[in-house]
Design a protein around this ligand. Structure first.
Ligand code: BTN
Length: 267
């Protein structure tokens, strides 16, 4: 698959229907991690909605300190957010991003993508997008948040990703059988992200979460949760408005898991 990654920022911004997101875009061929660049810009006062996008990352990061493989052909970008929120109130932002990506991929390509708690987007049981939110706060007050989104766009998963990811990852190009236009995808994502983010800031997490749950195929199914050394198996019962996952264990009791150092696998 020949890669098609060039993004014409002027052309992207010409048709962009947002007020803040993507009004300032920094495009680089190669960075360590777009999250790192965006954090630095935010620390120097970058405005809300500033976007950093790179053709490839040499040290892309995932949740739980995992490496995120980011070769040319993917869409790797980060947005600076400056919400007036206290730290716990910002937790649902991962669902804002998951919902915006899910809706965009469904609308643009008609793909049956689904959400997986807390912040993955899947096609079937294969991951197509990962989301990493990183926060800078003073005590309980959020200074800024960097929302990093990685989408396997024009990537040949079997050729380019390491062996251990080949059966658990997929890409838009492979699902659709054709290359996609990265510029068009990024524009649509920025528009949807701004809409969902503003709705969350105005109305809170309740509507957002109930919409997110409509795409959460894992709910009602058997899952395994890994939390440090511990593993829990049970039925994923619900996701509450604060982002907590409720698991029904085999003995009928319920256990609640905070978004944090936890990973979930559908069994
Ligand atoms: C995960 O699934 O664990 C999250 C992956 C997030 C990857 C994106 S790519 C753009 C941004 N820069 C990074 O280093 N990580 C995020």
């Amino acid at each position: 698959m020949r890669v098609l990654t060039r993004i014409d920022i002027d052309r992207l911004q010409e048709g962009l229907r947002t007020k803040r997101f993507g009004r300032s875009i920094i495009f680089q061929k190669e960075v360590s991690s777009t999250n790192d660049v965006a954090k630095e810009l935010a620390a120097y006062g970058a405005g809300e909605g500033t976007v950093v996008v790179a053709e490839r990352q040499t040290a892309g990061r995932g949740r739980l300190g995992r490496e995120w493989f980011s070769p040319s052909g993917g869409l790797w970008f980060s947005i600076v957010l400056l919400p007036r929120l206290r730290v716990p109130e910002a937790v649902p932002l991962v669902f804002v991003a998951g919902l915006a990506v899910t809706k965009t991929l469904r609308e643009l390509y008609g793909l049956s993508v689904e959400t997986l708690w807390p912040n993955d987007v899947l096609v079937g049981d294969r991951k197509i997008c990962g989301i990493l939110t990183e926060m800078n706060s003073t005590g309980e007050v959020v200074n800024f948040i960097v929302l990093g989104i990685g989408i396997n766009a024009n990537i040949n998963v079997k050729k380019v990703l390491p062996e251990q990811l080949r059966d658990v990852a997929t890409s838009l190009g492979e699902e659709l059988g054709q290359k996609i236009r990265i510029e068009e995808l990024l524009r649509a994502l920025l528009e949807k992200l701004e809409i969902e983010y503003d709705l969350f800031l105005e109305e809170g997490a309740s509507e957002l979460l109930s919409e997110w749950k409509q795409y959460a195929a894992f709910l009602g199914h058997n899952v395994e949760i890994s939390s440090g050394e511990e593993k829990f198996v049970g039925i994923a019962q619900d996701v509450e408005n604060d982002g907590v996952l409720v698991l029904k264990l085999g003995n009928g009791s319920f256990r609640r898991f905070l978004v944090g150092d936890i990973s979930l696998r559908v069994k």
